[in-house]
Design a protein around this ligand. Structure first.
Ligand code: GTP
Ligand code: MG
Length: 171
């Protein structure tokens, strides 16, 4: 059959935000891991949509590994940025990492699409995606297409809407 277009995606965000859980849900069920553990360094994963074949760089969000992110910026054609909506204390840290990303020379002048997941929406203390968007000042991103979805990665809720948006940005 026709070969799908290959797209490199960077999955970024603080440790414990749910990046690996999200990527795992997007994989075919026979390829899904049963136990998710904190990512060491990074891990390369693959999943497909109707028209695209994604290669995901699932980066560790732990402080000591965040300096690895920038080495993959050049190769990335799209970004998935995951936020733990219930982690109010670290929302400012998430914003700092996002701002550092957006001002990096390999990202700054590119019209690279960014999909945000306001994850863990199932937790009662979770902020709404609108609130997360305000705290991260997403409306200031004017030179890149972006979109935010509330998600529950454990149940897989909200993920398809996000990936559909991403696919539309790339085709
Ligand atoms: P690092 O690899 O350390 O950067 O973390 P990560 O962003 O990949 O997070 P990971 O997917 O390992 O998930 C961290 C924890 O959050 C795990 O215990 C997950 O089960 C849990 N988790 C992920 N998504 C959700 C969610 O939507 N709701 C709830 N309640 N828990 C979640
Ligand atoms: Mg991980």
């Amino acid at each position: 059959g026709l070969k799908k277009k290959e797209v490199n995606v960077l999955c970024l965000g603080l440790d414990n935000s749910g990046k690996t859980t999200i990527i795992n849900q997007l994989k075919p069920s026979n390829a899904q891991a049963q136990d998710i553990v904190p990512t060491i360094g990074f891990s390369i994963e693959k999943f497909k949509t109707s028209s695209l074949s994604f290669t995901v760089f699932d980066m560790s969000g732990q402080g000591r590994y965040r300096n690895l992110w920038e080495h993959y910026y050049k190769e990335g054609q799209a970004i998935i940025f995951v936020i733990d909506s219930s982690d109010k204390l670290r929302m400012v840290v998430a914003k700092e990492e996002l701002d550092t990303l957006l001002s990096h020379p390999d990202i700054k002048h590119r019209r690279i699409p960014i999909l945000f997941f306001a994850n863990k929406m199932d937790l009662k203390e979770a902020l709404s995606s609108v609130k997360v968007s305000q705290l991260l000042c997403l409306e200031n991103i004017k030179d890149k297409p972006w979109h935010i979805c509330a998600s529950n990665a454990i149940k897989g809720e909200g993920l398809q809407e996000g990936v559909d948006w991403l696919q539309d940005q790339i085709r």
